[in-house]
Write a new protein. Structure first.
Length: 283
């Protein structure tokens, strides 16, 4: 039976295989870059955040380097030292994502929340702490970026820019030269509000209908994009999201989208009103 899940700000739908995966799981100590599984776990965690419960003052911080550290361990020591510094500044929660620039140098996108608004000097300190730590790798103040996250729209904008990319995105492909492993590529600290997904069994025909509705929603959302180049790319992606040269694969292809929770529930209610045996399930 297909399963559709409604998260606070996302939705997934898939047909369980019914079998047991025979693929050997990679050990956490040998993570070698972004995988589809890592992206899936990261995205589901982001879906689970109820935006209206994000208290405090948030800042979207992008941290860059000129030169690449020789190993992932060297880079992750810098990341941990930086997070310790912002926690000493009073940060109550952080979210971080590591990606690669086109030239193979890592950079970090972070969301850092405080229980008070930072002064301009303190916002500057968010840059300076990184530059002080990463001087040997050519980090410069002008190449670091800090922007306030203003309410729900600010958080969702942060997600759309820095946290919702797939494993195929160029900034998540490969790893820097000389890095045998990468370590964890995303994480969070502090207290984040999280809500489990509501899961529903739906008949196969309703599953196909649900996917089409998601595609229509995604296409309409893409048409609202102001940038014409981005709009065209997003509309084309929406049109083809369910297509495959393999018909069998096309029929079972799942979906995962940033969709409003109330919109999801309205769809389930409509299915039930029209007689579809929609059943909420545990877990």
């Amino acid at each position: 039976m297909p399963i559709v899940s409604a998260y606070p700000n996302g939705a997934t739908a898939h047909i369980p295989s019914g079998g047991v995966s025979m693929h050997e799981r990679a050990k956490r100590s040998t993570i070698q870059g972004w995988s589809s599984g890592a992206v899936r776990r990261h995205t589901k965690w982001l879906y689970s955040i109820p935006v209206e419960q994000l208290s405090g003052y948030g800042y979207a911080v992008t941290l860059t380097l000129r030169d690449c550290p020789p190993t992932a361990d060297d880079f992750n020591k810098l990341r941990r030292a930086y997070l310790m510094r912002v926690e000493r500044m009073g940060a109550v929660r952080t979210h971080w994502v590591i990606e690669w620039q086109r030239r193979g140098v890592p950079h970090i996108h972070t969301a850092i929340y405080f229980d008070r608004e930072l002064t301009p000097v303190e916002q500057f300190a968010l840059k300076k702490h990184w530059v002080d730590l990463c001087g040997p790798y050519g980090a410069e103040i002008a190449a670091q970026y800090v922007l306030p996250i203003t309410g729900p729209s600010g958080w969702l904008q942060y997600l759309s820019k820095h946290a919702a990319r797939g494993a195929a995105h160029y900034q998540r492909q490969g790893k820097p030269d000389g890095w045998e492993k990468t370590g964890r590529l995303w994480g969070h600290t502090g207290a984040w509000p999280e809500e489990a997904a509501m899961r529903f069994d739906v008949p196969r025909e309703e599953y196909f209908r649900y996917r089409r509705l998601i595609r229509s929603w995604r296409y309409a959302d893409a048409r609202a994009e102001k940038d014409p180049v981005i709009r065209r790319r997003r509309m084309l992606s929406a049109r083809h999201m369910l297509r495959s040269n393999d018909r069998a694969l096309s029929e079972v292809r799942g979906v995962s989208e940033w969709v409003d929770f109330d919109w999801n529930l309205a769809i389930f209610a409509l299915m039930a009103e029209q007689g579809a045996p929609v059943r909420q399930v545990d877990g």
